[in-house]
Design a protein. Structure first.
Length: 175
């Protein structure tokens, strides 16, 4: 081939190579085996994206309060949160005078435990226990508080030092 006969597309060269390969195979020439095809990795098809319509939808922006309410309901925190809110409003529920001398300290299994300043305040509060339970259940929901226990102050310990004598100490009432 001369320069004038040159094919810029390269089709002539490709056809010559193909003819040579066919001839060598026909006369016992061994062609290299083609490599096995590589497995085609297909990406999972993206399904058509669901779009929001004109009406309200779960994917629409939600109010923070609504989201928190649903989380509280799903986790079962409603009673605990309601109880903590009511216990912060303790003076409003039992009255200012009673609230000054009593403090709610624990709530478990429907029992509210309240510590009082003195045994006399604990006794007085025990008389109003049914009314307090009714008020709390009204604010928290039915049968949230089953019982209220009022405790007086703890007596001081008389066990001091390594060699203390067994017993309760001086027989006196505290509070």
């Amino acid at each position: 081939m001369t320069e004038e006969q040159h094919d810029p597309t390269g089709l002539e060269l490709a056809s010559e190579i193909a003819r040579a390969a066919v001839e060598s195979a026909a006369y016992g020439g061994v062609l290299p085996e083609p490599a096995p095809p590589k497995p085609v990795r297909r990406r999972p098809r993206m399904q058509e994206q669901q779009r929001s319509g004109a009406g309200p939808d779960d994917r629409d922006p939600q109010l923070v309060g609504d989201v928190l309410d649903s989380v509280i309901r799903q986790r079962g925190w409603q009673r605990r949160i309601s109880l903590s809110m009511v216990l912060r409003r303790w003076p409003e529920l039992v009255g200012e005078a009673n609230a000054e001398h009593s403090t709610p300290v624990n709530y478990a299994d429907g029992v509210l435990i309240v510590d009082c300043d003195s045994t006399s305040w604990a006794t007085a509060m025990r008389y109003a226990a049914s009314q307090i339970v009714t008020t709390l259940n009204h604010k928290l929901g039915d049968r949230t508080v089953l019982r209220v226990e009022f405790r007086g102050p703890k007596a001081p310990s008389w066990k001091k030092g390594l060699r203390s004598v067994k017993g309760q100490g001086p027989r006196d009432t505290y509070g």
